[in-house]
Design a protein. Sequence first.
Length: 515
Amino acid sequence: MSNNDRVIIFDTTLRDGEQSPGASMTGEEKLRIAKALERLKVDVIEAGFAIASPGDFAAVKAVADNIKDSTVCSLARAVDADIERASEALAGANSGRIHTFIATSPIHMQYKLRMQPDQVIEQAVRAVTKARNLCADVEFSCEDAGRSEIDFLCRIIEAAIDAGARTINIPDTVGYAIPHQYADMIRQLLERIPNADKAVFSVHCHNDLGLAVANSLAAVVAGARQVECTINGLGERAGNAALEEVVMAIKTRQDLLKVHTRIETEHILSASRLVSGITGFPVQPNKAIVGANAFAHESGIHQDGVLKHRETYEIMSAQSVGWNANKMVMGKHSGRAAFRSRLEELGIVLLAEGELNAAFARFKELADKKHEIFDEDLQSLVSDALAEDVQEHFKLVALDVASKTGQVPDAKLVLSVDGQEQPASGQGSGPVDATFKAIESVANSGATLQLYSVNAITKGTDSQGEVTVRLEKGGRIVNGNGADTDIVVASAKAYLNALNLMKIGAKAHPQVSGV
Ligand code: KIV
Ligand code: ZN
């Protein structure tokens, strides 16, 4: 296949993905995800929106300084301050890209920007020129292109390419497009814009109508050669096109699509689990490619067929996306070197020696309770060990829960608050409710519980439960995570992790208004 048949995979999990309410990530978590994306061989990693907050700037900079095999990109509105900040954050990148955007639909130009179309073109050209003076690789996006007029798109894109944009992105910002219509739009742009051959055309589809992947693929057939997507389809509102679905559709239907990507698909599942664990957004069991049931055959007829000849009911192999790598890997006699090497094989790159030590101590504790330690356990205990790295204002010291048929569940616990132990107790409708009430009797956080979810990490009743707790206070949302073989303990850890994050202001989701 020639270069023209290659689709560039642009992952925006760390930027658009983070715009999912409650999906905010700390800088350290973003770096871990970026490493997993680099291992997947994602071409471009959009690491964030450098001007949005000091935390966002630091995260983009950390990703730019540490990632060598993928281009690192920062988003910037079409204004000087944003572009300069993006350029500063990307200074250490091996290969950096500034992604600047302005809205082009009549409704956005009139009500949001309050600008005339000619002024929008002028501002876009100024922004692209400025970005090109700071960075050789510039992407220009026409926000809400899906609802923009084609004649206007032709004018602004031609001007942006002349000003030096090398990638032109046509986002379906509000998820309004339908595959054949979106493909037609891409085709027309490629045919009508005289300098279209000087840029790569890109698509960025939102999933409001459940069509993000279908629209992206239709656009590829029409000539787009970059797809913007996210792991697990994370993203603003209903999310973005799911990377794993786009990539596997391209790989599985090469006969029809006649394009390829450079993604190493066997790392897809571990990346999906990492993102799900960090954001606390569970993957639904019937989710394509990475859902627990994606390769499970229930009906006897299907099972019989697959046993006789796998392709009777399977269009791709589970191994090709990383399933079945889930063998028992470690036990209580495994040493530190084996532990480190297995983490490296899983793409879990620990950032400091202290973090490896903390994770190894947790591994030993877990191995005492559960003699089969699976890859999922390792991923979770690393997340848990790193969650403990968050400055711990509140820490669980001891928990004693009584839950009997016909009696009100009762929790007694000891919390360490800035190093001082404090007892607490609470009653509730169940053991978890009682535990949270006991914690709140000490914390008095004033936060509202928005989500509580428990997920069994592996099969079997000795599995660890992975708990996510989402708290909201004054418009700020944080997700706390905790894992343990005892789900009440996991729940307490997740609740305390959320309170600690709230306390230090981590994971606060920055909102930046339009230009
Ligand atoms: O959805 C959108 O339009 C975006 C742009 C900033 C690319 O996320
Ligand atoms: Zn978007």
